[in-house]
Design a protein around this ligand. Structure first.
Ligand SMILES: C[C@@H](N)C(=O)N[C@H](C)C(=O)O
Ligand SMILES: [Zn+2]
Length: 260
């Protein structure tokens, strides 16, 4: 259990809709589908209706600051069976990358490797009170394409199990007055900030360990909102939109999207 699983869920019933290919760039072929992840008749490029609207806003925000740049969708909706497949795949891949056989690990080794996996991946939990973020249709893994359509340098690939994935990992190298200044790493930091500014100004929250993972309306989002003291000072208005989904009268926060 993560702390954000304590947040209550009241599914608002918004449908899953496909991210229009003419509006949002996609990573193609889809990296998990290529591995054989069991999507059935669902596409990974679906989100809840309200999340699509916020992504449109995020891309417009991005293009105000960086004309011609686009959000590229790496992953969005993920059935729980796909979450299970990817968690198992990541565990096996990690173990093998250490020259070990997953079938012959000691208990201590298994524990250590699973901890590394779950620092970045959510548990494939079928309990409707604690769904994995992507299984709610509220979470997206995204990066940027620059004005020439090339992937922006973000400093490390999506899904890398390493500290380089932490959003501010390159911040110490980005200050031109510091001895540690490094122009290449500074660009990666700037691009991560561009991405975060675009998404956050549209209402998304970023995963604390992953520069690419953003969500709105799920349990992690609601939990991060309660940690934000300024959010608690919002007026007690009706739940007209996602930002107002917090019930400020008793400081309780409700996630709007359950697993679909
Ligand atoms: C690892 C990454 N692709 C991801 O989506 N992580 C989050 C936390 C998840 O599994 O929901
Ligand atoms: Zn994610």
């Amino acid at each position: 259990m993560k702390p954000y699983h304590q947040v209550a869920i009241e599914d608002c019933g918004e449908p899953l809709v496909e991210l229009p290919a003419d509006e949002f760039a996609r990573v193609d072929p889809h990296p998990y589908a290529v591995l054989g992840a069991p999507y059935g008749d669902r596409s990974p490029f679906f989100v809840r209706q309200g999340v699509l609207e916020r992504l449109r806003l995020a891309q417009a925000n991005l293009q105000e600051n960086c004309p011609g740049w686009r959000i590229q969708i790496f992953d969005a909706y993920r059935p729980i069976a796909v979450q299970q497949f990817m968690v198992d795949y990541t565990f096996q891949d990690l173990v093998r990358s250490h020259g070990l056989d997953p079938a012959t690990l000691s208990e201590a080794q298994q524990h250590d490797f699973w901890q590394q996996v779950y620092q970045f991946w959510a548990v494939p939990n079928y309990n409707p009170a604690t769904p994995p973020p992507h299984s709610t249709g509220a979470a997206v893994d995204v990066t940027l394409l620059d004005a020439s359509g090339q992937p922006a340098d973000m400093g490390s690939p999506i899904d890398e199990l390493s500290p380089r994935s932490y959003p501010d990992y390159f911040a110490p190298y980005a200050d031109p007055t510091s001895d540690r200044y490094d122009p290449t790493r500074a660009i990666a930091h700037q691009n991560r900030q561009r991405l975060a500014t675009a998404l956050q100004s549209a209402g998304f929250c970023r995963h604390p360990n992953e520069w690419w993972h953003f969500s709105i309306g799920d349990q992690l989002w609601a939990w991060l909102k309660t940690s934000d003291r300024s959010a608690l000072a919002l007026s007690n208005s009706a739940c007209a939109n996602l930002d107002d989904a917090m019930d400020n009268a008793n400081l309780r926060v409700v996630a709007r999207y359950g697993a679909v």
